[in-house]
Design a binder for this molecule. Sequence first.
Ligand SMILES: Nc1ncnc2c1ncn2[C@@H]1O[C@H](COP(=O)(O)OS(=O)(=O)O)[C@@H](OP(=O)(O)O)[C@H]1O
Length: 577
Amino acid sequence: MSLNPPHGGVLKDLHARDAPIRAQLLAESEQIPDIRLTERQLCDLELIMNGGFSPLEGFMGKEDYESCVETLRLADGSLFPMPITLDVSQAQIEALKLAQGVRVTLRDARDESPLAILTVSSIYQPNKSNEAEKVFGADDKAHPAVTYLHSSVKDFYVGGTVQAVNAPEHYDYVELRYTPRELRAYFEKLSWNRVVAFQTRNPMHRAHRELTVRAARQQRANVLVHPVVGLTKPGDVDHFTRVRVYEAIIRTYPKGMAALALLPLAMRMGGPREAVWHAIIRKNFGATHFIVGRDHAGPGKNSQGKDFYGPYDAQELVTQFKDELAIEMVPFQAMSYIPEQDIYQPVDEIPKGTVTADISGTELRRRLKTGAPIPDWFSYEQVVKVLRESYPPKASQGFTILLSGYVNSGANAIAKALESQFQQQAGRSTSLLLGDTIRSELSAELGFAPEERHRNLQRVAFVAAELSRAGAAVIATPIAPYDASRKSAKAHIIQNGGAGGGNFFLVHVATPLEYCEKTDRRGVYARARAGEIKGFTGIDDKYEVPEDADLVVDLSKQTVRSAAHMIILLLESAGLL
Ligand SMILES: Nc1ncnc2c1ncn2[C@@H]1O[C@H](COP(=O)(O)OS(=O)(=O)O)[C@@H](OP(=O)(O)O)[C@H]1O
């Protein structure tokens, strides 16, 4: 028996097909108008060109699109359940003079390199709500692909075949990225003619390893771990971390049983339709079997709080197209651990009343956050090590403390006291972003108009987020007088200041203005009163008292030491110290 033939019988390897005229295509690509691809379009094009989406040879034209949306088939009747479309705006159509027969270069937006030439066959306006209803089951923005459709996809689709010029460049895990042709050759070299493929977008633990080994045993097959490294569900563990996990787990299989290859797919989280699409893709990569588990490619809950798809809808739809798919589905129920026997079993095979153990995704994240142990029955030491490196426990995460208050409020003194205290503890580096340092080193050209103060604080936030993501303790002391500016700085730091969300604390140094002014030995308040400094905070410019401070300190009532200590206690209670 030889490997599974591709969907439609022929592997549409456009690179091989177009190699003889590549030089000519490359020259032409520099002469004609171009479209710079979005991340999703780039993923789609890569798989169109290498044959992962066989029998497609380009982006869907109007007829194929409508047929796919309504019937899960291309216009010629072949099964292909997911619309693969190239969206453009009205402005692009006009600027590029797009029309039937026009040729355009599709470029990689990351490095401008020409990837393909598209010959336009049709330009059409999709009914996005209909596409959402039919393809994803509901026009509901709780579905990530529906949100994407309505907010990122441009208004028109351009269909047409493509000719391959270059494959997109990758600089990460190059050795693990196989095209269908390469993977087929690899299977042939190893004489693997029964291969069960496993799709995943999550880190793998013992249950996944047990499940795939069981599938291999059942089917007398080898295992292809084929994770998605293109676009997955927003909020997923990044693919850099996941691939390190897969590399660790692949070593736990009996030697020669399993292989790892990365798939640059842009997932849609389309449940049942997506499962059929995944099966077609794996068939194109040479697999003979495909595991479909519980809630395959599920997007989670809809806006009514219900699951978009039933847990086994995907298995049912794949079964429905069994004959045409010609890749055998290996259906799987969720696996549970039975402590008494130290084994994993599919839940439907576990007798009622048996004691089982599970660790949910939420519980796993909690344990990573707190550094609580993750038992050996759940995962492997090497896998846990990788996850802990990417999601360090609170005690080794970076954080930012923003001390906001009037000039001469004592924020700088508190910041320096904190710096000394942090430096006593090994492990974290400390960065002090004093208001005047920022002004002289980063914002020398900015004055004190509201917009300039805003920009100054956003620069502080940018630097603080970069530093805290790298694990530093950051203490920043700009006046930061405006609420909206503080809020956007906070949002930026939470979003960018660490893998699981950055740690941010706003401390209001609420030393009263009169006290700040009275103790001002440099005479800045006097100059502001005399009108020598205009728009001075507290004199003739506002200070908006934070309603959302995590802590309030006041140096007219307490010492620097006590204020610093309150901050230390705050950090300690957040698990950071
Ligand atoms: N108009 C006006 N308002 C407030 N402060 C002024 C102003 N003009 C100059 N300064 C001096 O600039 C320092 C405060 O700058 P900040 O960057 O912290 O202010 S802000 O957060 O952008 O509002 C602070 O200096 P230092 O006390 O040396 O840090 C102020 O004295």
